[in-house]
Design a binder for this molecule. Structure first.
Ligand code: IMP
Ligand code: MG
Length: 471
């Protein structure tokens, strides 16, 4: 069977920990979208591993697959594999021949276009993710399978590279170097192809996974980022260029929707909100320069809200794994979660980081929204299908402009104390402080989805397991 792990918010919900926990019972862990924009930290035998592309299960002896929905930077892939080998691990990583390759010009263009976009910039990780998916949709991409065939590789590059070079030089007025040089790219990427072939790493992903399932293996499908960063269901244009939602698990692996839907889909929820990047965030606390819209540096420091934000940011270690950027933080946003529960069809929830909020007097939740009547502007002309001003809104509006006009209506919960979380994890759900359980059950009731696990700390053992989807 399959278990699909999906972020229900804006990424960094602690998916890695859940993959780790349930991954024990899995034989194969496959990623279905994204690339080396997804940072995850795995702690194994006291050692810390920072990965951005290789599926975390590979650290624990599982077969790790990068599905056809992924975009693969071979340089990152081999760097991560080599680093793991230097640390005496033997990661077994397979790459879909249908996956697209991130080339150096994609990275260069990601940076160039972000700078050009100004307020439309998503604050990308600059890993070339967007430009690679653009070329995939534009049918001018290079796929992993193409790296294995020098003639095809040459043909693809000869078509696409002059266009990219012209774009950089003539549209954006930038100088270009080897990242836009056909011969350099051909030599370098042909070598990557040779290495992929030598190590027998490429697969026909759907067939590979289906065969494993038919043999009785447990397969885990791991989404990167989160639902609100989904290109269709997220806060467009401040999104990533792929589908982290559960539908992506079928398209991005080649397993049928009935196979994925016949298994479990677990929504990973962080007990508060964090966001790397730009765009509105109705439950945001304080702000972060260059990411929070209209962030005022002068007002920034010193306020109570800002202090609370800093407290949560530091307690939760809310700094990007890949980029090191401070993350924006806020209270839980229930309309965002209702949207995620529907779009993904969650069968279970893993709620993480309740330990981070311990010690606060009260914990707030954005239960619903109302349109800010002061900001009627153009957005009021386009909300007719959705809601009238003054109505209570329970799910995310379809346009980001409307979402930006939403003001959260908060509910307050009594806080819970700092306790020995490792002990709580070993004792089970009932050992969680009562006020925290009230909070958890509110989330579960609102989303009409049972709780499968509760994350109470960063360590591997610090999760309360209520349900194991493979059992
Ligand atoms: P890209 O995926 O690098 O194109 O970035 C697009 C948006 O997704 C930006 O707002 C990023 O900050 C965000 N993003 C991409 N990957 C992650 C992630 O793994 N965690 C959190 N945010 C991410
Ligand atoms: Mg991450």
């Amino acid at each position: 069977m399959t278990v699909t792990i999906v972020g229900s918010q804006l990424g960094d919900e602690g998916k890695g920990g859940v993959v780790d926990l349930y991954g024990d019972a899995a034989d194969v862990v496959a990623r279905y979208q994204g690339g080396d924009n997804a940072g995850h930290t795995v702690v194994h035998d006291g050692e810390k591993y920072k990965l951005s592309l290789v599926p975390s299960g590979a650290v624990r002896g599982k077969v790790g697959v990068l599905g056809n929905g992924c975009v693969v930077n071979p340089e990152t892939l081999f760097d991560e594999i080599d680093t793991l080998r230097e640390r005496d691990l033997e990661p077994d990583v397979r790459v879909a021949e249908r996956a697209h390759v991130i080339l150096p010009y994609h990275r260069a263009l990601d940076g160039i276009e972000e700078a050009e976009k100004e307020e439309l910039a998503a604050g990308t990780t600059k890993r070339g993710i967007g430009p690679t998916y653009e070329d995939k949709a534009g049918r001018r991409g290079v796929r992993v399978g193409d790296l294995l065939d020098p003639e095809i590789l040459r043909e693809r590059l000869e078509y696409v590279v002059p266009q990219k070079k012209a774009l950089a030089e003539e549209v954006f007025d930038k100088e270009t170097g080897e990242a836009f040089d056909i011969d350099y790219l051909y030599d370098t990427y042909r070598e990557y192809g040779e290495r992929l072939a030598e190590e027998d790493m490429t697969v026909d992903c759907g067939t590979f996974l289906q065969d494993r399932i038919d043999d009785g293996d447990n397969v885990m499908l791991e989404g990167a980022q989160g639902t609100s960063l989904d290109i269709d269901h997220g806060v467009y244009p401040y999104v990533t260029s792929s589908n982290p939602t559960a539908g992506g698990a079928t398209v991005g692996t080649g397993l049928g929707p009935t196979v994925v839907g016949g298994g479990e889909v677990i929504g990973i929820v962080k007990a508060y909100l964090s966001r790397v990047g730009t765009g509105p965030l109705p439950t945001e606390l304080g702000g972060v320069e260059d990411q929070t819209p209209d962030y005022d540096e002068e007002v920034g420091g010193g306020t109570d809200e800002e202090e609370l934000a800093t407290y949560i940011r530091d307690e939760g270690g809310e700094y990007g794994t890949v980029t090191g950027r401070p993350r924006r933080v806020g209270w839980l946003d229930m309309p965002m979660l209702r949207h995620a529960a529907r779009a993904n069809g969650f069968t279970g929830l893993a709620i993480n980081h309740i330990d981070v909020l311990a010690g606060l007097d009260e914990v707030e939740v954005g239960h619903s929204y109302e349109f800010d009547t002061a900001e009627q502007s153009s957005a009021s002309n386009q909300n007719s299908s959705n809601s009238d001003d003054g109505d209570e809104i329970f799910t995310m509006p379809p346009t980001t402009e409307q979402w930006g006009r939403c003001e959260a209506t908060f509910r307050s919960f009594d806080g819970w104390p700092e306790v020995d979380w490792a002990e709580v994890a070993s004792e089970g759900y009932e050992a969680i402080p009562e006020n925290a359980r009230t909070y958890l059950e509110y989330i579960s009731d609102e989303l009409d989805t049972p709780i499968y696990a509760v994350g109470v700390g960063p360590g591997r053992g610090e999760t309360v397991v209520v349900e194991n989807p493979y059992e």
